[in-house]
Ligand binder design. Structure first.
Ligand SMILES: [Zn+2]
Length: 335
């Protein structure tokens, strides 16, 4: 079978590898839709992910498909089931899991390699974070579950309040999902991003205003809630500059390793700022995201802007990493 392997920064190849057979408790998924996004572009560019792994790295962490083989002992899934596997499963027993911080699990099982014809889903994910795709929801639409799950977990961290002023910095797929979630909560949303065509999508998703990043002046804005969805230190600083006294900042985008930002101690203390972050998702939020997608929460076509075969992924990633790609592309490895 063919599989995309990341060998280092901006070094992605399609390789022929033996199709794996599922072991006890595992299932094998024929991947029908694997999607790109801001995180996959970031991982491609950097050549690693702080949690998901280092090269050689089976590439891709969002996707869905059909079970085509089941391992010994699997009773809750069968060949032919359309499923969306989460890309992780926490252990449920460590200190972090015990405290409900399952994204910080000390023994997390990660799943990568969605950009491949077949994907082996580890037993722990089969047991607790593999989801049947509801009838009526397209397989490729279910592939958005992962990023939406990250956003609704983030929103639990800093719940949007009706009528408050919110700013979302970053209009990639995740930033735009944030716009949708905040607007649905009744917040007045200003979206800030670099690309004019994405500003238009932000308005479609419920933002009241959008501004281009190079024109954005945080001083007169002073929002009650600021979401940073870029993952750069400059955007983190901008987020902190845009919050009003008593406001909340959610640093949602993950910057590169060994980077720092300075905090204005006077503002942090005397303005009583709440500064927090959210990483990844939990099985609860994953299930909730799938339920929202089933209910038509978002029009998938707004995000899934392009389709391509697996062979074209390396060239696509090169283009996307230089800043010219679509919000999300659907790769169809087993089509
Ligand atoms: Zn754990």
């Amino acid at each position: 079978m063919r599989a995309a392997i990341l060998r280092g920064p901006a070094d992605l190849v399609i390789k022929d590898v033996a199709a794996p057979a599922p072991g006890p408790g595992q299932v094998r998924v024929a991947v029908e839709a694997a999607v790109t996004g801001g995180t996959s572009i970031k991982v491609y560019r950097r050549g690693y992910h702080a949690r998901m792994g280092r090269p050689p790295l089976p590439f891709g962490h969002e996707g869905a498909g059909v079970i085509d083989a089941v391992g010994e002992g699997v009773t809750s899934f069968a060949v032919g089931d359309r499923v969306v596997p989460a890309n992780s499963a926490s252990c449920g027993t460590c200190r972090a899991c015990d405290h409900g911080m399952t994204a910080q699990c000390e023994d997390m099982v990660w799943l990568g390699g969605f950009f491949a014809e077949k994907l082996i889903v580890p037993a722990r994910i089969v047991a607790g974070n593999l989801h049947r795709i509801p009838e009526g929801l397209a397989t490729e639409a279910a592939a958005i579950t992962e990023p939406l799950a990250c956003v609704i977990k983030g929103n639990d961290r800093t719940p949007a309040r009706r009528g408050e002023r919110a700013v979302v910095i970053g209009t990639g797929a995740l930033g735009l999902l944030w716009v949708k979630v905040l607007a649905a909560s009744g917040a007045h949303v200003l979206a800030v991003g670099r690309r004019p065509e994405r500003a238009t999508i932000a308005l479609e998703l419920g933002a009241e205003r959008s501004e281009l990043a190079h024109e954005f002046d945080p001083d007169p804005v002073k929002a009650d809630l600021v979401i940073e969805a870029v993952g750069s230190t400059a955007a983190w600083e901008l987020a902190l500059a845009a919050v009003s006294p008593g406001g909340r900042v959610n640093l949602f985008g993950g910057p590169p390793e060994r980077t720092n930002v300075a905090l204005d101690t006077q503002r942090l203390h005397y303005e009583e700022l709440l500064v927090t972050a959210s990483f990844h998702h939990t099985p609860f939020h994953f299930a909730e995201a799938l339920r929202l997608l089933e209910g038509g929460f978002i029009e998938p076509g707004l995000l899934l802007q392009e389709h391509l075969p697996l062979e074209e992924l390396p060239a696509f990633m090169k283009r996307a990493a230089s800043g010219g790609g679509p919000l999300k592309a659907v790769v169809t490895p087993s089509a």
